[in-house]
Design a protein around this ligand. Sequence first.
Ligand code: MN
Length: 258
Amino acid sequence: MPERPLILQSNDDGVHASGLRLLRAALLEVADVVTMAPLTEQSANSHALTLARPLRHRTVDGLHAVDGTPADCVYVALHRDGFLPRRPDLVVSGINHGYNLGSDTFYSGTVAAAREAALRGVPAIAFSCGPKGSLEQAAKVAVEIVRRVLAAGTPAGGTPLLNVNFPAGAAVHHGIRATRLGRRSYDDEVVTRRDPRGHEYVWLGGPNAHHHPEEGTDTEAVDAGYVSVTPLRLDMVYPEHLGLAAFVAGVGELAPEG
Ligand code: MN
């Protein structure tokens, strides 16, 4: 019998999150799964690595946890001697509680855990689910997506890094769409208050996000009830601005505005 694939799992909501545990249970049907998740919630901590203090590696309900960031978890799991029985075939992150769409991908710890793996040449998928979406239903579809990614191997263009979002609400998914990143704007807000000692503090972030209607995007897909699959790139160079870079470097003329 062929060896079952090995999947390393992490997230940013922490080792206690139900999205993590439901996805793990579903994945165990098709693969060996090692879970290494942050001990506490790390949402919006992006790709931070903890370099200035020691990390504690613990087990919680039989799952591995590190008191650091999502990227720390993947880093430790991939590089700690003897931790994994072999190099994983895939790293999955999530299922995150809440969307990671459009520019969320810069802030998301869920995406960063997957990206940390892709940077090391391990195919990776970040899974996120919109508010009040069915995590059970999402986990089932996630297993199907995992099967297909494993079957695809390494495509042209190198190590795949996929960002998957499941639609909000309890409705049955309409299907799966391949998308690019849309635009999502938040009510940017800084709330200023005073603590019980009279010292001022500020709290970041407004409650609402708005999607700009654009065809073929992740935001459009989930708003229409589809599961969204977006391939992300590791090479962040913007070719359209190489001329600007050359001008700034003093070796080129600026092209006239189009
Ligand atoms: Mn999260």
